[in-house]
Design a protein around this ligand. Sequence first.
Ligand code: FUL
Length: 486
Amino acid sequence: MYSKQFLLLVSISFFCLVQLFGQTKNLSAPAPVYPLPTASQMAWHEMEMNAFVHFTTNTFTDREWGYGDESNDVFNPTAVNAEQWAKTLQETGFKTMILTCKHHDGFCLWPSEFTEHSVKNSPYKNGKGDIVKEASDACKMYGLKFGVYLSPWDRNRADYGQPTYLTYYRNQLKELFTKYGPIVEMWFDGANGGDGYYGGAREKRKINGATYYDWPKTLDLVRSMSPNVIFFSDAGPGVRWVGNERGIAGETNWNTITTDTLYAGKGGIEKLLNTGQADGKNWIPAEVDVSIRPGWFYHTKEDSLVKTPEKLLSIYLSSVGRGSTLLLNIPPDRRGLFHENDVKSLRGFAELLKKEFGNNLAANAKVSADTYRGNQKMFAPANLTDGNKETYWTTDDAITTGSVVITLAKSQTINYILLQEYIKLGQRVQSFTVEAWKDNHWEKIAAATTIGYKRILKIDPIAAQKIRVTITQSKACPILSNIELY
Ligand code: FUL
């Protein structure tokens, strides 16, 4: 008989051996490559498509930037129905609605107690209306998240440029965040065109964009009310501008960028914002804001210029398909409704998405890899087609390249390849290729740089049974969670 102590010793030694063996065989997940997304940034990535709603006096004056001297009387929508906005967005795949609570003209869509320039003095519902409330209630009703755009530049305020204006701006944020929450995203753009009404001064005012707004203090205030809110601006800190208003993220698109010298409205940094930086110190992904019409606000003359479903699909591919989140603007018309043409186009777009991405040919397909981490099942290539975004294929630490081969049950025509990195452990992949097995050899059908949260490559349609994805360069061992074929 063995003594209890002897048996204990044997089990401890066995445990230690397993640990040692486990380490050399990479039983554990790869170490993160910093910086990493926060939980709310991760949730933002997963939304993929959000909507902007631009609505103010401009809708009635036919302008894009109100001067700030518009009479409250001009804001007179006849049939506002925020539920129509929310329902349409929900039915066509959008997850958040961000409303221009105040644009550059300074008119407030809610009855702010800090200004007379708002819905409370307009004919809308005899001054009893509150568009921000209607929008935020409609979002709740249709399961959408809600976000606010509060323009820092205010062409109506007499004290714009003075410290007192900052108190005003912060008071308004307090109103919005305490009365209309939960608010998931706060948008502050960098526009500051200079001239304006400014309480009657009618002059050009210049502020120092780097210092005037004292953003750290404002953001802390908002965080104290809403700790998980995502801040949009050129410099984040939640998400950054993509550098254009055409719906195009960089073909190389890093979620990482160094914001040391950046601030909202700095100018001249569009290219940098478009691609991000491979060695960026902060995780600040690009948000692709673009309007369904030429302008951000509704103009009757643009009724025939609403982007077609095909154009929206192409924008989807150059935004979501490049690892960004799309923020598509749909401006209500003078009735306060999404115009029929816009709704038709949105519905067509949703149908098109269903048609193009409704049937993943690679779902549960067989996958093999030339290498995988420690030969452990938990890091095996089968994780790429299991439909579970939390499982992934990865390699040993020393290996930064690798191939996976997806074998379909039979030859299929392929139009798109969709890949996802497991970005919770950092963005890593710098380049990759895709090949199809054709006439007994591998034929290159695509090559690209970054993957990030999601990458969709549209290819010339090709019939194939086997597809090979090769990671050719990565900052550390690559980690892919998903591959889909359409
Ligand atoms: C810009 C503004 O100047 C435009 O009017 C629009 O609101 C766009 C989304 O942001 O900075």
